[in-house]
Each structure stands twice: as structure tokens, then as C-alpha cells.
Design a protein around this ligand. Structure first.
Ligand SMILES: Cc1cc2nc3c(=O)[nH]c(=O)nc-3n(C[C@H](O)[C@H](O)[C@H](O)COP(=O)(O)O)c2cc1C
Length: 223
């Protein structure tokens, strides 16, 4: 399965079987995560066999259950942290999906377990991504339309339309989809912006990753 195919089948999964991540999957995720950290400067960590983050009170609300493995998104605590974690976290989420591993981003419905990961001076743990084998595969949800999030002429190039459609399939906090893609007059420059909302700058990194995946980096430049 390619990353683009993973976009089509991935949905947030909130109920997991009690099977921990298999050894070969831990190895593959770790290898990919290390590449990401090298390229991005982030300090993302794979936490395994840690049941407390998604255990206890929260479960009574039926939010996210059965999770013992997750990515902790850690990096330098400045204004780039949210978009960077969004962009690279989504790469890892889709990479996991290609291996048959389900996931759910979690900014709120988990408990921070500081012993489970390392946060160096000047760094922050932004949020986590739950990983595991789902009891189900999740399901499609409501989405804004192309016209609601795209600002481009009627005859916009196919790569732009594909990019926006792929961004509409991306996870966003509380499914808010508070983003907009604008095609500039030169037909090659794209601006991506976020409206105000909880975690909307993390969402922006996520949707920019999706846009690039379908539009092809060679076809355009970010403003
Ligand atoms: C930055 C971010 C934070 C999120 N935080 C939570 C969370 O705390 N709890 C939760 O159950 N889902 C959380 N989600 C998952 C979203 O609710 C979900 O992605 C959205 O409803 C769209 O559904 P989909 O992922 O199935 O496409 C979060 C998603 C993102 C991108």
C-alpha cells in the first residue's frame, strides 16, 4: 500500500484490540521515526507497552481504549512546533497505516505520562498519536467541500484540485477543517492558511502534508 492509498482507507480508530504492536512493526516504525527526526529536527519518540496514557477515567466516556503504544510528539518549544509535528506526525500516521496499524491523533483525551518519554531543555511534548490494531477500521466522516476550502479559478490545474481533495481527507482536531488553500495568479504558488481554532496550526501541517502527497512537490511552491 502506498501513502496515497493509505489516505483513502485511514480513519481515526478509538477502540483497539489488546494485542500490543508486533516486534516487526515496532522496528519498522522506529526506523521511519528516526529518519523523520533526522530530517525535521524533532524528537518524536515511540512509547511501547505503556497502558496509563489511555487508561482510567477517560475510558468511561468511550473515547480511546486499548492503547499501550503511541508516538509522543516532542520538539523545540517555539512557533514551528505545531506545524512541524502536524506535517511529520501525519507522515508517520500514514506510514503506520501502510503496515496495517490503525491510529488516532490525541491532543486532549489522554493523560501525560512524563516517565514514558524524554523532553530535553527547551523542548515540549505537544500531543500523542495512539497506535494499534483496531477493533474496527473507523469510518468516513462529514467533510467540507472543495469550494469551501479552495480559492482558485474554475480551470485550476488538476494537481491543485487533487491536493485540496487529499487535504479534505486529512484528520483535523474535532474535525474542524479550518484551513484554506489559495492558488496564486502565477499558477504555481500555493498559500495554505489556518483560521483560529484549537490546534489549527497542527492541522495546517497535517493538511499541507496531504496536499503535497497528491499534488506532487514538483508541480508547485509554497508561498
Ligand atoms: C491535532 C489533532 C488533535 C486531535 N485530538 C483528539 C483527541 O484528543 N481525542 C480524539 O478522540 N480525537 C482527536 N483527534 C481526532 C479527530 O477528532 C479526527 O481526526 C477528526 O474527527 C476527523 O476524523 P478522521 O481522522 O477519521 O478523518 C485529533 C485530531 C487532530 C488532527
Amino acid at each position: 500500500m502506498t501513502l496515497l492509498q493509505a489516505v483513502q482507507v485511514r480513519h481515526s480508530v478509538r477502540r483497539y484490540t489488546d494485542e500490543p504492536l508486533r516486534k516487526e512493526h515496532i522496528l519498522a516504525l522506529t526506523e521511519e521515526m528516526e529518519k523523520v527526526n533526522q530530517e525535521s529536527g524533532l524528537n518524536i519518540q515511540l512509547v511501547t507497552n505503556e497502558p496509563k496514557a489511555f487508561d482510567g477515567l477517560l475510558n468511561h466516556y468511550g473515547w480511546i481504549t486499548g492503547v499501550t503504544d503511541y508516538f509522543a510528539l516532542v520538539g523545540k518549544d517555539d512557533e514551528t512546533l505545531e506545524p512541524l509535528c502536524g506535517y511529520w506526525g501525519e507522515h508517520l500516521t500514514l506510514f503506520a497505516q501502510t503496515l496495517g496499524i490503525n491510529s488516532c491523533w490525541a491532543a486532549g483525551t489522554y493523560r501525560k505520562i512524563p516517565d514514558a518519554y524524554t523532553v530535553k531543555d527547551g523542548e515540549k511534548m505537544l500531543m500523542v498519536i495512539a497506535l494499534g490494531y483496531g477493533e474496527n477500521q473507523g469510518k468516513p466522516r462529514k467533510s467540507k467541500t472543495y469550494k469551501q476550502v479552495a480559492d482558485a479559478p474554475e480551470d485550476a490545474p488538476k494537481w491543485f484540485i487533487d491536493g485540496v481533495e487529499c487535504a479534505l481527507l486529512a484528520p483535523t482536531a474535532i474535525n474542524q477543517q479550518k484551513f484554506k488553500f489559495t492558488l496564486r495568479e502565477d499558477g504555481k504558488t500555493v498559500s495554505a492558511t489556518a483560521q483560529k481554532g484549537p490546534w489549527s496550526m497542527t492541522d495546517l501541517g497535517i493538511v499541507k502534508y496531504h496536499f503535497e502527497l497528491a499534488a506532487g512537490k514538483e508541480n508547485f511552491a509554497w508561498e
